[in-house]
Design a protein around this ligand. Structure first.
Ligand SMILES: Cc1ncc(COP(=O)(O)O)c(C=O)c1O
Length: 399
């Protein structure tokens, strides 16, 4: 096996490699999944689906939760609920995994990419305000992008790396300009903004339970909302929009987006352990902070005074001049030392998959992208493995 194969996302790392993030399966996963197998309740209805939805709603602090096959599907449905239509525009973080930008395209709408703020690396509310107030026209009913003439319908802040976006100013703008807010909280389960759980603050929130998330079902997602009508619509759309289950009458085009009972069983077992997982992530972050603080040119992740971060994926920024090594060289050296690390995603305004012509410039995200490097952050990262990562970093930086 060559190094590239070893590092393929989602592939189990070889035993001698310290992985970036792998699942932690040490609770009731076997028991609950076995129960599904023993009782034949393996498909898309079953008590574990209902239970997983209840547990997620409780955890997010919303009235409703609807399980989906993955987080991208939840985002797709959330955009439909928000009434986003073809040729509308949606303001979305540029510094994100590509899924939310893709979901915007699934409904035929256009993403407008918004820059990050430099401190916590999240969507910058000042850039949202600047775009709306400088580049858009408000006629008292609708907001339109002056340059493209398209209607701006929603804001999709993505809480990245376990830290919240500063949402209050974004919610204020949304209320002033009649915009819906869809929170992509897929990396933020367990994190809080001013005491409120992520996913519960906007009109609708989305979670992912893929293999690297703080809890996992292998693949899975969830949509949360306090809006009863939207919840019913989400349930309808995720189950093929079936109006008559006997005669198979469908009054709309639906989607086969429902999570299976088997995977929901795993989700319940994982959700039972969420508090411990958050504690573990925060402990790992504290160890990194205490050990790496004095390395030259390394800017460590911060937690805003209004935030409770899970530090889901620990991502420092490396200043090449001060540290004597650039982030990509460091990445290669870590890999040579059998430590899996990775850069952040190409910012969406640079992605060949999307057109950023209607978006404002995003220089901060570009700078973050050059410098960011994510370090091993598994819940089960042992103290000795973490010491090894820290020792290798100390040997490479400032030499
Ligand atoms: C920010 C963000 N949004 C959406 C997703 C998509 O979730 P999924 O892979 O479950 O479709 C992910 C992760 O994969 C993500 O990190």
């Amino acid at each position: 096996m060559n190094t590239t194969e070893k590092l393929a996302p989602g592939a189990p790392p070889s035993a001698d490699f310290i992985p970036l993030i792998v699942p932690e399966i040490c609770g009731n996963e076997w028991k609950y999944i076995k129960e599904c197998l023993d009782t034949n309740w393996v498909s898309s209805v079953g008590s574990y689906v209902d239970q997983f939805e209840r547990m997620t709603a409780e955890r997010a602090g919303t009235k409703f939760a609807i399980a989906t096959v993955n987080g991208t599907a939840a985002l797709h449905i959330a955009l439909l609920l928000a009434g986003v239509q073809a040729e509308d525009e949606v303001l979305v973080s540029t510094l994100t995994f590509i899924a939310p930008a893709n979901a915007i395209r699934y409904v035929g709408a256009r993403p407008v990419f918004i820059d990050a703020e430099p401190k916590f690396l999240q969507m910058d509310p000042a850039c949202v305000a600047e775009f709306i107030e400088r580049d858009c026209r408000w006629d008292g009913v609708e907001l339109r992008n002056r340059r493209t003439g398209r209607r701006v319908k929603a804001i999709l802040p993505v809480h990245i790396l376990g830290h919240p976006v500063d949402l209050d100013p974004i919610m204020e703008l949304a209320s002033k300009y009649s915009l819906q807010v869809i929170e992509d909280a897929t990396e933020g389960l367990g994190a809080r903004y001013r005491g409120r759980n992520l996913g519960s603050i906007g009109d609708v929130g989305c979670f992912s339970f893929n293999g690297n998330k703080i809890i996992t079902t292998g693949g899975g997602g969830m949509l949360v909302t306090n809006n009863a009508e939207w919840a019913a619509r989400a349930r309808y759309l995720t189950t093929q929009a079936k109006d008559d289950p006997i005669e198979y009458v469908h009054n709309a085009v639906g989607y086969n987006y429902r999570l299976t009972n088997l995977l929901a069983a795993m989700g319940c077992a994982q959700m039972e352990q969420l508090d411990e997982f958050v504690e573990a992530k925060r402990r790992i972050a504290t160890s990194y902070r205490e050990s790496l603080a004095d390395l030259p040119g390394v800017r460590l992740p911060e937690e805003a005074e209004w935030a409770f971060s899970t530090f889901w994926m620990y991502t420092p920024l490396i200043d090449e001049k001060q540290s004597g090594i650039d982030s990509r060289q460091l990445l290669r050296k870590l890999n040579e030392n059998k430590i899996q690390a990775r850069p952040l995603w190409q910012p969406m305004h640079r992605s060949p998959a999307h057109d950023s012509a209607g978006s404002p410039p995003c220089p901060v995200a570009d700078a973050i992208h050059r410098q960011a490097i994510s370090l091993p952050s598994s819940v089960g990262l042992s103290a000795s493995s973490q010491r090894q990562v820290i020792a290798v970093l100390a040997g490479l930086i400032g030499q």
